[in-house]
Design a protein around this ligand. Structure first.
Ligand code: PMV
Length: 342
């Protein structure tokens, strides 16, 4: 019997992962900022049971039994069973909660599946399950099998997942901390998440990734991600905010462009997604403040900016953006140091 608890953050991609092959192998490399205040806390308790062919677990979300999450966890258990052979020898209790509001439209898969994977990696370690990797690399591999973007959440700051010719040790199987030079302007970089639509997404990421399989522009897009990651390396080193903004905004619109040009096609942006983008562009133009947006696979807008303009941006958000957010809600987050064991 035993119990372990991990807190693991969400992350926001700058160069996006969109499209994958069998076994959660990404079609292109991606890089993200790990967030600080948007995280999942997960406790995993276990007790030995007779070994059977199926998995035995209960799941509590914010203190209440949650049946609807079970199929996702069951699918995750199946995918990681070859790495965690003990899964069928224990009964598990999983208790999980998020700091961000439930159904805020913030994908909880990155924080949720990385938190659970870190718990599983701790249990594997305590059972002396032999694996030749270091702890976080193993946790990242498990996370990737749960949800691709979760592989990046096991490290803080800037994280790369997916093989890139110019990023040493990068891999399609697990994420690695970005070790290139980073200009101080990116320290404590801010991410305000403007909540536009809190409903369940009409098209899941899994379906969206799948639609890249026969996508007419897929190959060009995958090549572009490699080029953009390469460009971002020098932008990060030089602290060129304008080039940074141009690259991340283009990445966000390209991601949604892939959705618009899939077949079947779909749109995840909402009218207020575009209104917020226009407000950001107008504010930047008028005040020359370095503030940029990115999007994940949803309607919410992530507003990215350096800490030095925080006061100005706070006033802008309060006067121009809050009214465009669902229930006037937005989350003030920033780049963070990664997961913690509690
Ligand atoms: O991890 P998934 O399968 O939910 O995919 C997430 C994909 C994006 O958030 C759109 C991009 C990314 O790299 O995180």
């Amino acid at each position: 019997m035993g119990k372990v608890t991990w807190q693991s953050p969400s992350n926001i991609a700058l160069v996006k992962y969109w499209g994958k092959y069998e076994n959660q192998i990404p079609a292109n490399p991606s890089i993200s900022f790990t967030l600080n205040s948007s995280y999942t806390t997960t406790s995993l308790s276990w007790e030995a049971k007779e070994k059977t062919d199926d998995f035995s677990f209960e799941l509590f979300f914010e203190g209440k039994a949650e049946e609807s999450f079970k199929p996702k966890i069951e699918a995750y258990f199946k995918r990681v069973h070859h790495l965690l052979p003990f899964l069928s020898e224990f009964h598990f209790t999983i208790e999980t909660s998020n700091t961000f509001p439930h159904s805020s439209g913030i994908a909880s898969s990155a924080s949720g599946l990385s938190a659970l994977s870190l718990c599983m990696a701790s249990l594997a370690k305590s059972l002396n399950i032999p694996h030749d990797e270091d702890f976080y690399r193993f946790a990242s591999t498990l996370s990737r099998l749960g949800s691709g973007s979760a592989s990046r959440s096991v490290y803080g700051n800037l994280v790369v997942w997916g093989k890139h010719a110019l990023i040493e040790n990068s891999s399609d199987h697990f994420a690695v901390p970005y070790t290139g030079e980073v200009h101080p302007v990116f320290e404590n970089f801010q991410d305000y998440i403007l909540l536009v639509d809190k409903g369940e997404k009409k098209v899941s990421s899994t379906v969206g990734h799948g639609l890249m399989n026969n996508h007419p522009y897929a190959m060009k897009r995958f090549e572009q991600a490699h080029t953009n990651l390469n460009k971002l390396k020098s932008i990060l080193a030089e602290g060129d905010l304008e080039a940074f903004g141009n690259l991340v905004e283009s990445e966000a619109l390209t991601l949604h462009g892939m959705m618009l040009t899939s077949n079947p096609y779909f749109i995840l942006m909402k009218p207020n997604t575009l209104r917020i983008i226009e407000e950001i562009w107008a504010f930047r133009e008028e005040t020359k403040t370095p503030v940029y947006f990115t999007l994940d696979a949803g309607a919410n807008v992530h507003m990215l900016f350096p800490e030095m303009v925080k006061n100005k941006v706070d006033t802008f958000a309060q006067t121009k953006l809050v009214g465009l957010c669902k229930d006037e809600e937005y989350i003030c987050d920033q780049i963070g140091n990664g997961p913690k064991q509690l």
